[in-house]
Design a protein around this ligand. Structure first.
Ligand code: SIN
Length: 287
């Protein structure tokens, strides 16, 4: 039994806990085990008002697995000195973006669902925050699965979902992909995952829908039926679940479990600057 030194307090909702008492410059294996315990319990953790460096963030993240390099880290979202960090920002230098995602809204998604092994975790730190907008929202996909009406649960259990991985959500070709020749996206390059995944560490089941506005298909189902069912699942997940809203302050860190949560963020005024540094850690192939 883990002897508790840290304090985890439920923040606004069941989806997130605030962690108090963690010192990013002085922690040991026991503290990390405790963070891991709360991360697995809640799905989303918040560390408020940290004052840490990029190197501290990288060192802390390393305790939770190998780093995953997001495709945007090889493009505009690369960090100048820490290749482990994805820079999410609308700032520019000499007219060129110095981060990914600009100021636009990001609709509900789990991170890189179209990978064979999507990441387990993400650690996002607020470096610079605009006066308004840019809030980030989280929900639990365990709860999305557990609250499904029995009839819907029957339809999703044991099913697989195909995610195309040619275009991103804005319609841009993903890195290394070429225009498909077929009009039927089910024939494009993509990834098949279980529609209900079992978390590799907790053993709990979670709904796995990928990202909104993406083309997906429930394998083996007529396309119109698949689209109708996916619309119903999205509605249930994003309109009927409890949501935690993070209104950022500089220094705040959100750490989420990508295997059992989804997130989205609001847009913000392009005249203001928002800079976030994210580290991402590896996960298992969904089962
Ligand atoms: C993300 O989707 O990882 C970005 C979230 C944010 O910018 O708040």
């Amino acid at each position: 039994m883990l002897k508790k030194r840290l304090k985890a307090e439920q923040a606004q909702s069941n989806v997130c806990a605030d962690i108090a008492g963690f010192d990013f410059n002085d922690y040991d294996a026991h503290d990390i085990d405790e963070v891991r315990h709360y991360w697995l319990t809640y799905g989303v953790l918040r560390f408020k008002n940290t004052r840490i460096t990029d190197a501290d963030q990288v060192a802390f993240s390393r305790n939770f697995g190998e780093f995953v390099i997001h495709p945007k880290q090889l493009q505009e979202g690369g960090h100048p000195t820490h290749p482990e960090i994805l820079v999410i920002s609308n700032a520019t230098q000499d007219g060129k973006p110095t981060g990914a995602m600009g100021n636009s809204e990001a609709t509900w998604h789990t991170d890189t669902w179209f990978y064979e092994r999507p990441p387990a975790g993400a650690i996002l730190r607020a470096v610079k925050i605009p006066p308004s907008g840019g809030d980030t929202y989280f929900l639990s996909t365990y709860m999305a699965y557990e609250t499904l009406p029995a009839a819907l649960r029957k339809l999703v259990d044991g099913r697989q979902i195909f995610f195309q991985n040619v275009y991103d959500k804005t319609g841009k070709l993903r890195l290394g992909k070429t225009e498909p020749t077929s009009k039927d996206f089910r024939e494009w390059s993509g990834m098949v995952h279980p529609l209900v995944r079992t978390h590799g560490e907790t053993g709990r089941k979670a709904l796995y829908l990928g990202g909104t506005a993406d083309k997906a298909w429930i394998v083996g189902m007529p396309l119109d039926e698949s689209e109708a069912l996916l619309a119903e699942l999205w509605d249930h997940t994003t309109n009927e679940q409890e949501v935690f809203v993070q209104q950022w302050e500089e220094g705040d860190i959100m750490m989420w479990d990508n295997r059992c949560t989804m997130h989205r963020r609001d847009s913000f005024d392009p005249a203001s600057i928002r800079i976030m540094h994210r580290t991402t850690t590896s996960g298992e192939r969904p089962i």
